[in-house]
Design a protein around this ligand. Structure first.
Ligand SMILES: [Ca+2]
Ligand SMILES: [Ca+2]
Length: 183
């Protein structure tokens, strides 16, 4: 009986030692891994989002015509925000726009008493168009700006932490020369 007990005890000791060694070997690897994770988290915090954040702002003056509008829950708080597009072009008695070579456009999202100007500027020989969609469950506004030598596509998504809309330019080719535009 005694030799068997010694063998069993010996085997147990061996297993215990092996387990201890394994543990000490694993510790630095774990620490290294954790360090890497922390580093990448810090990097993400430094640069959490691409694009520009558009914060709420007081609008001094609105262009004369409300060109288009739509309501949608863009920040997913259960209430619709108002999306409004204004242009500084008059309308005739039939409601047709009197277009000039260029106009000031203002594109905003209104959320209660907050107004986010997604675009505020001059468009030469062109116009703004927008779409509202959901990508997965993320509500998104797409804005297309066409001008004399411009074709810019931008997306806007609401970001809770930044309390603003993240503007990302998706397409903005250089030296644009238009040859055709379909119906
Ligand atoms: Ca909302
Ligand atoms: Ca809201």
């Amino acid at each position: 009986m005694k030799p068997i007990r010694t063998i069993v005890l010996g085997a147990l000791m061996f297993l215990l030692l092996a387990a201890c060694q394994q543990e000490t070997k694993n510790v630095p690897e774990l620490e290294e891994k954790e360090e890497k994770e922390i580093q990448s988290e810090e990097l993400e915090e430094e640069n959490p989002i691409k694009g520009t954040t558009i914060k709420a702002k007081q609008i001094e003056s609105y262009p004369i015509s409300l060109y288009d509008q739509f309501s949608f829950d863009l920040d997913r708080d259960g209430e619709d925000e108002q999306i409004e597009m204004y242009v500084n072009a008059g309308q005739d008695e039939k409601g047709e726009y009197i277009w000039d070579d260029g106009h000031n456009w203002l594109f905003v999202v209104k959320d209660g008493n907050k107004t986010y100007p997604l675009f505020d500027g001059w468009v030469q020989l062109g116009k703004l168009s927008f779409w509202v969609l959901e990508s997965g469950e993320t509500p998104m506004i797409i804005l297309l700006k066409t001008g004399t030598a411009e074709f810019t596509l931008q997306t806007f998504t609401y970001n809770e932490e930044e309390s603003g809309f993240i503007q990302e330019t998706q397409f903005n080719p250089e030296n644009v020369n238009f040859w055709y535009n379909s119906k």
